[in-house]
Design a binder for this molecule. Sequence first.
Ligand SMILES: [Zn+2]
Length: 567
Amino acid sequence: MPPIDFALMNPLRSARAGAPRGWPKRGSLLCDFKFYLEFALPNKKNFCYNGFMQNISPQKFFLYARKSTDVEDKQVRSIEDQITELRAYAKTEGLNIVEEFIEKQSAKIPGRPIFSEMTKRIEQGDANGILAWHPDRLARNSVDGGLLIFLLDSEKLAGLKFPTFWCENTSQGKFMLNIAFGQSKYYVDSLAENTKRGLRQKVRRGEYPSLAPIGYLNDSRTKTVVVNKKRASLIRKVFELYAQNNSRLEDISNFLAQHGIVSKGGKRFHRDRISFILSNPFYYGHFRYAGEIHEGKHQPVVSKKIFDKVQEVLKQRGKPKTKGKVEKPLVGLLRCNECGRMITAEIQKGHTYYRCTKKNIVCSQPYVREEELDRQLSSLIQKFSLRPDWAAGLRKKLEKDKVDTAQFSTAFVQESREKILAITTKLQRLLDGYLEQDIERETYRFEKSKLLSEKKSLEEQSTRLEQKRTGWLEPMSEWIKEAESLPKIAQESNLFEKKVATEKLFGSNLVLANREARLRAPSGEDSLGQNQWAALCAAHELALKKPSSFVLVYLYNHARTYFSKNF
Ligand SMILES: [Zn+2]
């Protein structure tokens, strides 16, 4: 609190003998108030001094206790405590308490209902004194503080009593009271300022000042946000899954629920929450704060590339019409072979049947029971499973390639480094312009987020180029794991996992023809394209005629070609 110049407030300084001209009409409320403050108060002769507990008797008190859950009241005694102490104090001082008022609200801003009611009752004359623990219980803002002082001045209040604070209804008493109210206000003001300043500084350092999103943890020891490895890898999978554009938000929610990520109430996340997760820039290393994008210091969980892809898909898919229904897990997986409509499901007598929607068309395709479809999907998945001995062989070859791959740097890398440097300079200039007030705040924010996005893309591009020769190793190793797990998925009865697996294998090329799920005609190989799965499928056929070592080389080379081209 800044020092107060007491000399300036010397009551005798402005003592005069009469009210100056041009004052409000004598008798009006405003006149009375001003007269007290400016004239009568300092002039002892004219001052109608109602000595505490003298003019009005017997004095009636309202007891007022207040504590809010806000930060500024953290150190304050509990309401029960306040009441106990105040009752004891009233007893020893012989105060007549006519009613108790209890409030659980902050006094930062005017408009507390209980406080308002109490002051109204005082104006009506129901009591003429207030007993409270400390002035800061009564007011932390200038309006409420001013009202109390005015009630004292206009004699509606004969006095205020506090066990912790001396206050008589004299000029000195009111002066002290004013300071106490001012101090309470200063306390909340500076608290808010300090909190804001602290957050701003955190943001400037690239530290996220809020609760960490799913996949991260707030490390209370270092006050930073750190990656939660297990959950972060699930989030990464979710982004990858959604980027493929065959999953609905509900599917993602189911996927997370299967891995134990649910809402606080233990329910599946609502699709809005999923779409929020999928569009949170935090996951690629930036964060939003106060409407602005900032570069974070935390470790990203997904690449900007995949994040951008997900944004495209989110935009494309907009709001799906159908709600997620867990009891029909295979909906959206197949199309009708006859008319090309989607295959939907309905439940009859406890069984789920899948059929063509036949929307606006005549189509002769029959129903198929879920159990039958399940069996067919399992055998389809089985065709793409990786034998354990092949998996071991592929891993061995991959390990060798990893060792052989040397690091390298190219002209491209150098070029993007220079571009990044140029953007950093631009950002600095932009900030200078904004601080010099040459640029509007909106323009600044817009340009800043544009430059940051550009910079991030470049940074990634450069890392990508640097890792071009090693980048495919990890996805291929993941694929081996995935293909190896297919037999298990085929054998188990988790239809959602089967759907995910089939989508991965066939994309949207699966049709239902006369109760049979199969690849779209004309030829299976063509629909699959030249990917790693096609190679695996071909390897199974090759194995019937060729020795195992030959098949392994074939499979490895084809898969490697695919991964080094696509990652
Ligand atoms: Zn049809």
